[in-house]
Every structure is written in structure tokens, then in C-alpha cells.
Design a binder for this molecule. Structure first.
Ligand code: ATP
Ligand code: MG
Length: 321
């Protein structure tokens, strides 16, 4: 049954033209696809934005009918352990294959930043030893975790979060093909919750559709377990009016419902960014939010910290009246 398929896989781009966003990186990949000579590369960027998909498209274009035997995709953080991964990489690199001149085998190594330093040193040797026959494409969220010796052997391609328009374009294609009932609020809620991550957006679309059949704001937020957005907007509005106590009183029930400080801070942050309010005040709210985020991430995820933030921004708002 169609709805049982995982849409992430069903709608994984098959060609580079289907990949949304990150035009600069994609232009480079398209050029490589035309010229055929894949350099060793590191694709860096946040999760769920098309790094692995893009390199799979590139490999499929170049290798075509020998893709299955000449491309290897693996995850470096695989539970089988780095020794197995290393053996697998090495034996694949050693494997003799018949490729047209100018083409190389391609090893795609996801989450390369999770490799230990020792494993990276070993990988560096393999990259050098098999340069004639095999090219490596590493993908990671944080390239600073890769040793310099690997970074200097690779071209670095940077990917960034996708914009709302880029995500929406793909979602709308899926909505049409799957014949999904969705309204404007549903789309907005999907964009709000995915934070530029296409994987999240598609996953949340499918989860909401599977659970409720109708994709509207309420159902998306239920599936994603987001704290009530209206309440959070009221909290911000109270702060804009300088009413700290009212803001705190409105926020507390969400805390009691079990939302973590991280949930609340993260969603307040997103809402403040898009709130229709005085620009100077918005800037101050965001600036203070940066301090609050730091405290929460550094290990003070308490309601007291959030209350402190609400008090501070309410007092800033009052001082500007
Ligand atoms: N730019 C994009 N265009 C179209 N679909 C995308 C895009 N990015 C992600 N997707 C969808 O999300 C899924 C996950 O994408 P992908 O595996 O390429 O992400 P990634 O950037 O490699 O993430 P990670 O850092 O977690 O490995 C894909 O199967 C595809 O359905
Ligand atoms: Mg990936």
C-alpha cells in the first residue's frame, strides 16, 4: 500500500536536478558529473538537507549501470565498529572492477565526523593508497572534527539549511503525488517545526498524514509534540507589553505539561524571530535569548532560567515605553 512506503526513500532525489537548494554546491557537483573526475570531497552541513542524496545522484549519473558494484555507501558511526568499516572500505577499494577510463569507484562515508582520530588516520592512508582507482566522499555535520590531513586531501563543499520555499516546493510535489489533504496552516506548521531540515519536513508530513489523514496546523503540532504555539505567542506578547508576571503565568502550564526548557526556549526563539513587533525590541529579545540558550545548553535547563529571561525582556520592553 502506498501509504506504508517511507516517503523519505520514495522521494529521495534520483538526479541532481531534483535536489533542492544549495545551488553553489550543486553547480560544482553538476560540473563534476559532466567531467567525470570526482575529487575526494567533504560535504559539510546540518542534517537532512541533501548531502548524501546529492552524492548518490552524482555517483548514479557517473557510474550508471555499474553503480551497484562501483559505489559503496556506508555510515561511519555504524554499530558494527570502525574495524569492520575499515576492512570493508579497504576491501572495496582493493576490489578490481572494469570501469571506463577516467572513472573511479566511489566510497560515500556518512557521518565521517564520528570517526575516532585513529580511524581517520587509517582512512587517510587508504585515501592516498587508492587514489588511482577510488574516490572518497565524506559527509559530516562538523568538519572541524576531521583531522587536517584528511581535510587537506579533500575539496570541501558546504551545504546550508534549506529555505522555506525550497522545502515547500518538495513538500508540494509529494502532497500532489500522494493526494494529501493539507491546508495553509498545515504547511506553515511543517515549515515551523522542520527548521530547514527536509528530512524532518517529509517525515512530519508522512507521520501527520498517517495519524490523522488531514494535515492541518493542529495535527502537525500534535505529531511533532510542539508546545502550544498560541500560548507561546501570548507569552511573547505579554513580554512586549512589559507584563512579566502574566507572561510567566501563561508559560508555566507548558512546563507542567512536561515540555523541557530546551523545547520552550527553542520554540520561543523561533517565534520571536517571526513575531510582528518593534525591530529594536525584537533585536533585544533575541540578544537576551542567546544568553538564555547558552545557560540552558550549559546545564541550567530550569524554569527559573526561563523566568529570568522573561523578566529581563519585560523590563527592557518597559524601559522603552
Ligand atoms: N535538498 C533536498 N532536496 C530534496 N530532497 C531532500 C533534500 N534534502 C533532503 N531531502 C530528503 O531528505 C532525505 C534525507 O536527505 P539526506 O540523506 O541527503 O540528508 P543529509 O544531508 O545527508 O543528512 P545527514 O547529515 O543526516 O546525513 C532524503 O531521502 C530526501 O528524501
Ligand atoms: Mg547523510
Amino acid at each position: 500500500m502506498a501509504s506504508k512506503e517511507i516517503w523519505l526513500e520514495k522521494y529521495r532525489p534520483r538526479t541532481l536536478d531534483e535536489v533542492q537548494g544549495n545551488e553553489d554546491a550543486l553547480i560544482k557537483l553538476r560540473t563534476i558529473a559532466e567531467e567525470g573526475n570526482v575529487p575526494n570531497m567533504i560535504l559539510v552541513g546540518p542534517p537532512g538537507i541533501g548531502k548524501t542524496s546529492s552524492v548518490l545522484c552524482l555517483a548514479r549519473t557517473l557510474l550508471a549501470d555499474v553503480f551497484d558494484s562501483c559505489a559503496l555507501e556506508m555510515n561511519a558511526s555504524d554499530e558494527r565498529g570502525i574495524d569492520v568499516v575499515r576492512e570493508k572500505i579497504k576491501s572495496f577499494a582493493q576490489k578490481k572492477v572494469n570501469l571506463k577510463p577516467g572513472l573511479h569507484k566511489i566510497i560515500i562515508l556518512d557521518e565521517a565526523d564520528s570517526l575516532t582520530e585513529g580511524a581517520q588516520q587509517a582512512l587517510r592512508m587508504i585515501i592516498s593508497d587508492f587514489a588511482d582507482t577510488t574516490r572518497f566522499v565524506l559527509s559530516c555535520n562538523d568538519s572541524s572534527k576531521l583531522i587536517d590531513a584528511i581535510q587537506s586531501r579533500c575539496a570541501i563543499l558546504r551545504f546550508t539549511k534549506l529555505t522555506d520555499e525550497q522545502i515547500l516546493r518538495r513538500l508540494e510535489e509529494i502532497v500532489e503525488k500522494e493526494n494529501i489533504k493539507i491546508d495553509k496552516g498545515g504547511k506553515e506548521a511543517l515549515l515551523f517545526t522542520c527548521e530547514g531540515d527536509m528530512r524532518q519536513a517529509i517525515n512530519n508530513l508522512q507521520a501527520t498524514y498517517t495519524a490523522f489523514k488531514l494535515v492541518n496546523k493542529e495535527n502537525v503540532l500534535k505529531v511533532c509534540d510542539v508546545p502550544n504555539v498560541e500560548v507561546l505567542q501570548q507569552v511573547i506578547a505579554e513580554c512586549v507589553n512589559g507584563n512579566f508576571h502574566a507572561a510567566q503565568k501563561k508559560l508555566y502550564p507548558l512546563w507542567e505539561e512536561g515540555y523541557t526548557a530546551y523545547d520552550l526556549v527553542n520554540n520561543l526563539y523561533k517565534l520571536i524571530q517571526t513575531q510582528d513587533m518593534d525591530k529594536q525590541l525584537q533585536y533585544e529579545f533575541m540578544r537576551e535569548m542567546a544568553f538564555l540558550k547558552m545557560k540552558v545548553l550549559e546545564g541550567l535547563p530550569t524554569f527559573l532560567q526561563i523566568s529570568g529571561y522573561l523578566a529581563k525582556i519585560s523590563s527592557i520592553a518597559n524601559s522603552k515605553k
